[in-house]
Design a protein around this ligand. Structure first.
Ligand SMILES: Cc1ncc(COP(=O)(O)O)c(C=O)c1O
Length: 277
């Protein structure tokens, strides 16, 4: 992500998993393009293409690449016309990259539940970083932590926020389950993921209660199940976070299957659901 284009200028990205051209036509694509626009505005620049134009560019790239299932990443950035801190005279660029990418976490490990360690870096205070923007600069600590977790034999790391509360994984949001209630941190200093919101919708359809609240790390001892959500991670069960253990239970499995059907709609019912959420 950070390697896609180098330089000192603000850039933001937005990513979207696509499966067949059906998903590329979905409302999710527009939500991602809208977030790209919003991210740029937070960083102080205006993307010179409309949301509809970005959507269309994504569809064109998917078609040109002939991808059945893969990953698409529009990215916007300021050019290098100015070398100082001031960058007002730079041109605003937009690129759309698309590639074949299998499961973000190995499928056999997803089915067993992936293993997370605790991250050392924390999500920054909103007063110190533009945390509502999907800015590539915010991924520096995510990459460092992801690498650290892999070096230690884990799949990912769970990050706390600047206050020491549970935040998210390095590229995905987190949910916990106790009984029929889902608990997830309030996204007040990290990304309110599009998948997160979709999964909340799916869970509500099942009559599950959703509690968005501050979660202290020691509370993990009281949860039975845990999963991550993200465009790449989809719904990924978690079996372990540091000293805490979780089972891959029925609610997690149901949401995993339903989200998969949501992004790969095969039946009329799945398509209806995709439109409803
Ligand atoms: C840091 C971070 N948090 C959460 C998410 C999940 O967001 P979304 O569901 O919109 O993909 C992502 C996805 O890229 C991410 O990078």
């Amino acid at each position: 992500m950070v390697g896609l284009c180098r330089g000192p200028m603000p850039r933001c990205t937005c990513l979207h998993t696509v499966s067949t051209t059906e998903a590329a036509c979905s409302s999710a694509l527009t939500q991602h393009s809208e977030r790209l626009h919003a991210s740029a505005r937070i960083l102080g620049f205006q993307i010179p293409f409309s949301v509809a134009q970005i959507d269309q560019a994504c569809r064109d790239v998917i078609k040109a690449q002939g991808l059945v299932e893969g990953y698409i990443r529009p990215i916007a950035w300021r050019g290098s016309e100015e070398m100082g801190v001031a960058a007002k005279a730079t041109k605003i660029n937009l690129a759309v990259a698309c590639w074949d990418w299998g499961s973000y976490f190995p499928m056999e490990e997803r089915l067993k539940g992936i293993r997370l360690c605790w991250a050392q870096y924390r999500r920054p205070d909103p007063m110190t970083a533009p945390c509502k923007s999907k800015a590539t600069g915010l991924y520096m600590i995510c990459t460092v932590e992801k690498h650290r977790s892999m070096d230690e034999g884990y799949n990912d790391a769970l990050m706390l926020d600047w206050r020491g509360l549970v935040a998210e994984a390095t590229g995905a949001n987190v949910f916990f389950i106790k009984g029929n209630t889902l608990h997830t941190p309030i996204p007040d200093c990290f990304l309110d993921g599009i998948t997160r919101r979709t999964v909340i919708g799916l869970a509500k359809n099942h009559g599950l209660e959703i509690v968005e609240r501050q979660i202290r790390p020691e509370e993990l001892a009281g949860f039975e199940q845990c999963f991550l959500t993200g465009s790449a991670a989809e719904v990924t069960p978690v079996s372990e976070i540091g000293e805490y253990r979780f089972t891959v239970g029925q609610i997690t499995k149901t949401l995993m299957e339903e989200y998969s059907a949501f992004v790969r709609p095969k039946s009329a019912a799945d398509r209806k659901l995709a439109v409803a959420i």
